[in-house]
Design a binder for this molecule. Structure first.
Ligand code: GLC
Length: 537
């Protein structure tokens, strides 16, 4: 297998708007990231993935880009961005950007031109039809919006302010490739590709994800851009099966480094109402899905490992216990994740076990998805009550991940001296970076340890390249597996539930690497609620 520079890397996702505000305008900025490089370096991460910082009207918090080659003034300037790339490099940290190329903002000059007339040079950069089909937008409502000027409808899989680009158009593709190379020339290490599975869509057939043209298109895209720079790429692919993943990530096909698959994330989602109607997570089902991806992706293809991102509720609130067991629970999920094969992602605040937030009023929420779905499910269709809707938002609403980063006990958790764009979670008084750094048993130090292990001479190769071997157990809560590489053996035992579990261990125990519950490890090993144990033997 050809080794890649990023194989043993750990990636930290920053949602810049909520990370650290240095100007007092209530919105995080690039200087705020620079200010925290020391912290990120201490945590040990290799790459920062920045959610979009490009110029944007912010209808979808930057996932609606109006200029790919400008930094939005709320975040700073291009000079700030260049400074970030340079300063991060001094800390041995690479930067990857979010690449949103399924759609632009409706304020992008291409779209403003395209709207003017049917024969405008940019018209065909987007998708137009005389009469709409019945396709729906991911954020609710029709995927078509009527435009009076030319008496046609344009297509948008997300908000109406996010018109889809027409990937059949060669000039558009060329402009996108040039823009990507322009960024790579600035020294960034790669991209996270937003909803990339959609760029092969075939609207006439009603196909959005995984269209026939998707993979050939990705191959050309990679050849003309990423591959020339040996860049790292991770594609966001909500509907990817293992078979799809093989196509995306087989190194011989030269498409993407890895993908985010969401099978484990959507396990308890409803078929119709998705994240807005869920059942409690079935641990056994979670284990089956995670193990399946570990075992069935070929050795030279790469999984990406994540429980959190800017679109998901926090893991301890969503799947665990963010009250009594918050810290233990965070450590347990982290241990499972970081001991698997693939490239781990840490989402800002995950390393201190930040939790979901419960606003009482729908108006306190900012997220376009929450507002659109509220209108649709509660007001228009009356498919659920306000209470039912909010109780699901408390679990899975996207704003849970977007509350300001909790740095210390000062006002607004030290995120801003101004008025934050989204209300902080009041628990910053006891969940914050400052307290974590002062306590050697904190969640922060647990993450630091897990990241170090992946880089270590002793166990790095075992975690990065070692085989994944599941072990038999009758307990649904018990995640018990081994990693083998050459003569090295690691046993990982994590209780992702609250009732105790035990297993027999007849062999020697060599080096105790993780032991969050002071577990006795002779012969019969018992793990209490959310205990995690890792040792070599
Ligand atoms: C992705 C992003 C999400 C955004 C959507 C549209 O799913 O992660 O935040 O709203 O794409 O760009």
């Amino acid at each position: 297998m050809e080794k890649k520079w990023w194989h043993n890397n750990v990636i930290y996702q920053i949602y810049p708007k909520s990370f650290n505000d240095t100007t007092g305008n209530g919105i995080g900025d690039i200087q705020g990231i620079i200010e925290k490089l020391e912290y990120l370096c201490y945590l040990g991460v290799d790459i920062l993935w920045l959610s979009p910082v490009y110029e944007s009207p912010m209808k979808d918090n930057g996932y609606d880009i109006s200029n790919y080659q400008k930094i939005d003034p709320v975040f700073g300037s291009m000079a700030d961005m260049e400074q970030l790339i340079k300063e991060a490099k001094k800390h041995d940290i690479g930067i990857i950007m979010d690449l949103v190329i399924n759609h632009t903002s409706d304020q992008h000059p291409w779209f403003l031109e395209a709207k003017k007339a049917k024969d405008n040079a940019y018209r065909d950069y987007y998708i137009w039809k005389d009469s709409p089909t019945d396709m729906e937008s991911v954020f609710g409502g029709s995927a078509w919006t009527y435009d009076e000027v030319t008496d046609q409808h344009y297509f948008h899989l997300f908000a109406e302010e996010q018109p889809d680009l027409n990937w059949d158009n060669k000039a558009m593709r060329k402009d996108i490739y040039d823009m990507i190379n322009w960024w790579l020339d600035k020294g960034i290490k790669g991209f996270r590709l937003d909803v990339i599975e959609l760029i092969g869509k075939d609207i006439d057939k009603g196909v959005t994800s995984n269209g026939k043209r998707l993979h050939p298109r990705l191959q050309t895209l990679a050849k003309d851009t990423f591959n020339k720079y040996d860049a790292f790429t991770v594609g966001e692919t909500w509907s990817a099966s293992i078979d799809d993943a093989r196509l995306y990530t087989d190194p011989k096909r030269k498409e993407l480094s890895t993908i985010f698959q969401f099978e484990h994330i959507t396990l308890n989602w409803d078929k119709t109402y998705n994240k807005f109607k869920t059942t409690p997570l079935d641990r056994k089902a979670l284990k089956d899905v995670l193990y399946k991806w570990q075992k069935e992706l070929p050795d030279d293809a790469w999984n990406s490992l994540f429980f959190n991102n800017h679109d998901l509720g926090r893991v301890t609130s969503r799947w665990g216990n963010d009250g009594r067991y918050n810290e233990k629970c965070a450590k347990a999920f982290a241990t499972v994740l970081h001991m698997m094969k693939g490239i781990p992602f840490v989402y800002q605040g995950e390393e201190i076990a930040m939790t979901n937030v419960k606003y009482q009023h729908i108006d306190d929420y900012n997220d376009i998805e929450i507002h659109n779905r509220h209108r649709e499910y509660v007001i228009e269709q009356q498919a659920m009550t306000q209470h039912e809707f909010l109780s699901q938002v408390y679990l899975n609403g996207r704003d849970n991940a977007r509350t300001p980063m909790q740095w210390d006990k000062s006002n607004n958790g030290g995120f801003t001296t101004g008025t934050p764009w989204l209300r902080p979670n009041n628990n910053y008084l006891f969940i914050n970076v400052d307290d974590n750094l002062k306590n050697k048993q904190s969640v922060f130090y647990h993450y630091q340890k897990l990241i170090k292990l992946r880089h270590s001479e002793d166990y790095g190769d075992t975690l990065v390249y070692g085989a994944f071997i599941p072990c038999e157990t009758t307990y649904d809560n018990l995640f018990l597996f081994e990693r083998h590489h050459k003569e090295k053996r690691l046993l990982i035992a994590v209780n992702l539930g609250e009732s105790s579990v035990s297993f027999e261990w007849e062999r020697n125990v060599d080096d105790i690497i993780v032991n969050t519950g002071n577990i006795d490890y002779f012969k019969s090993i018992t793990l209490n609620a959310y205990d995690a144990l890792v040792f070599s033997y």
